[in-house]
Write a protein that binds this ligand. Sequence first.
Ligand code: SF4
Length: 231
Amino acid sequence: MLIAGLEKSSLLDYAGKISSVIFTYGCNLRCEYCHNPELVIHPCRKEMIIPEREVFKFLESRIGLIDGVVITGGEPTIQPDLIPFIKKIKDLNYLVKLDTNGTNPTIIKEIISLNIVDYWAMDVKYSKELYKQKLTENIDYKDIEESINLIKDNAKDYEFRTTFVKEIHSIDTAKEIGRIIKGSKKYYIQNFRPGKTINPNLTNSNSFTQKELEELREIMIKYVKKVEIRN
Ligand code: SF4
């Protein structure tokens, strides 16, 4: 595993749990609004990487103090040894939350069948049309759809979520996303916050107002059982 970050204790990343957060290096997408360019577009430097044995030494020392481990990125499913890595965390009796962009349904299917992830968080980034514009040639929209259905129908617990960016998303985008995830149990509207981004033109982009976020919520609640706003 290429691990480029470890947040020792978080109350925010795994709802209702105290967790440690592992950031994997590398991603197969290049979302313009991504706040983690150092994990995505910058070359991997040896000094960035935290050896796996150090991560496990730390996790062993936290038994009884934290509830779970969040694996995020980057995109964790591009790591070839993700499954044995999760199994090792489960051997320590931790809950595992896995964040994904949903581009690897084959791995997602395998992990679900092994029942080693307790909570899935998948980004549903765009409407179908926008996905087709934004995905690179080697990533197919059908994979996104397949991942949504796999998680919706089979995951132990999950959420879908979208980071809404004024320059990219509109009310119509929300309606389209609603149709894609119709019948899901949980969805989070995440407000874009100004800060470093892959596309520097978005760095100082405005966030949605509370009123606008509520409007988005009104739309999404027609499709999903529970919709919340993350500011
Ligand atoms: S937002 Fe997530 S999926 Fe998109 S480039 Fe960044 S790490 Fe990858």
